[in-house]
Structures are given as C-alpha cells and as structure tokens.
Ligand binder design. Structure first.
Ligand code: SAH
Length: 261
C-alpha cells in the first residue's frame, strides 16, 4: 500500500470575556492524504508536498500559516475509507462479534454475503484466514478494491451461493448477513468445528426469529443469544453534557449460536 498521511486540525476554543465562558471557535477537522506527491488542499489552506514527507507527529504549516498535526494512518483510518455499496455491518456490531467469539490470529472464518466486504475486511485484520461468499459480480469488484486498498492478503473471495453449500471444514466462525440466513444452518453444521460459532446479523425481527427457530431445531447447535447493541455518543462541552442527538440509530440484531455436536 502506498504511503498515506492523516492531518489533524484541532478544535479551537477561546475564553470570551463578555460571555464569561470558553467558546468553540472552530471544529476539529481530519484529512486523509492519498497522494504525497502533490500539494494538499485543506480548509486551512494549501500544504506544500515537501511538508508531507515529515515524520509522524510533525506540525505542518499551510501556506496561510495554519498548523495541522500529521501522522501515518493505522488500519482503522484506512478502513473508514472503504467503498460501500450495500448496508455494511457497523463497527459497534463487529466489536460484539469479535468479543463474544474470541476469534484471534489462529481462527479461520467464513463470511457471507460479502457485500462491500466491510465485515470480511475488518475480521481479516484479526484472524488467520477468511473465505467470503458472494453471488453478485458488482459486489465482488468492490470487495476486491477494498481488499487491495487495505493491503489484506488473507481473504479468499468465492463467487458462490452459500445457500447451496460451504466447501470449507473445521471453521471457527461463520458470519452471515443474508436475506435468508436459516438456509445456511444445515451447511454450517458440517463446516464449523465443534465449539465453533455461527453468527447471523439481520435488520428485521421476522428474519431473526426464523433464524433462531431453525437454530433451535438443530441438535448440533446451541442457541446462545440475540442482541442489539446501542452505542450512544455523548457531547461534552465544558459542563454542558448530554447524549448526542445525531448518533447511530438502529442497525441490526445479532444472533449467536454454537456448534456443540
Ligand atoms: N456484511 C456485508 C454486507 C452484506 S450485504 C458488509 O459488511 O459489507 C448482503 C450480500 O449478500 C449482498 O451483497 C448479496 O448479493 C449477498 N448474497 C445474498 N444471497 C447470497 C447467497 N445465497 N450467497 C452468497 N451471497 C449472497
């Protein structure tokens, strides 16, 4: 992956004598520099390309004399720039999947459908290998692009209908984000290792209920739970503190089951 940089302009606050309080003069801003060979334009002015070669933590000045802090992006900075076509699984929900299943750098995962590859790409940064199933070529192209942008080497894209079969065996985790996830249960019974997890993400309750009811019928699976995760960001401005009103609303229900036989 070619060298990129992040530039941060910190928020500006000033004490206003007349108001007897600190007031925010300008918002914090973050820029992602993709091409270090060109001057970079910001709201604070132009940054000459020579500045972009400085080391992490350097304070960079625009031609207009405004200061920004520069550092190299980490995985998450690049991840936030992935292309999205379908609704992706959000970070809060990915966090729950990782935490509840305890997947790690030894784990092998099957994910379907790939969609934009958001879930696959994020998990790939944690696990040994991911097989991602997708039936549509237009989505596969986006997944390929995202994998390349993130420089991931451990994702295998499979153009395949997961309702028909799963080729892999001895899998640690199967993640589903599909219209009819219950159609995968019988394949998951054989693809997962005993003790492995089956996780399904659905945006509607009827879909979730049909999946859970089918999982319960399988003697090979233990139904663990269905959760919705609420992540509410708070605004903290001096002593004016309250939940933000423009946060993420509802995303989806996540169902966890485990192969026990
Ligand atoms: N979790 C993904 C989004 C998935 S969107 C992300 O985070 O980016 C659902 C995807 O499932 C769509 O791209 C759709 O084409 C694909 N899909 C639907 N049925 C499928 C099937 N039977 N096998 C494989 N993929 C399927």
């Amino acid at each position: 992956m070619a060298l990129k940089k992040i530039l941060i302009r910190k928020e500006k606050r000033e004490f206003i004598e007349d108001l007897k309080k600190e007031v925010r003069i300008s918002k914090k801003r973050m820029y992602y520099v993709e091409d270090l060979e060109k001057d970079f334009h910001t709201n604070e002015g132009i940054i000459p390309k020579s500045e972009l070669r400085k080391k992490d933590g350097s304070i960079i000045k625009t031609k207009q004399g405004k200061e920004l802090i520069m550092f190299s992006p980490g995985f998450i900075d690049n991840y936030k720039r992935i292309k999205r076509k379908a609704q992706i699984v959000l970070l809060k929900d990915i966090g729950l999947i990782i935490a509840e299943t305890g997947i790690n750098n030894k784990s092998i995962v099957v994910d379907a459908g790939s969609g934009s590859g958001a879930l696959s790409c994020f998990l790939a940064n944690y696990v040994k290998k991911i097989y991602t199933y997708e039936i549509r070529d237009d989505f596969i192209d986006i997944v390929r692009e995202n994998i390349k942008m993130l420089g991931l080497k451990n994702i295998v894209i499979k153009k395949k209908d997961i309702y028909k079969e799963i080729d892999e065996k001895n899998i640690d985790l199967i993640t589903l984000d599909l219209p009819e996830p219950w159609k995968v249960i019988k394949h998951a019974e054989n693809a997962l290792k005993i003790g492995g997890f089956l996780v399904s993400y659905s945006t509607s309750i009827p879909q979730t209920a049909d999946f859970v009811n089918e999982v319960r019928k399988s003697h090979k699976f233990l139904f663990l739970k269905t959760s919705e995760l609420i992540d509410r960001e708070w605004k903290i401005d001096g002593r004016r503190i309250r939940p933000k009103s423009d946060g993420i609303g509802f995303s989806g229900f996540i169902t966890f089951a485990r192969r026990i036989k």
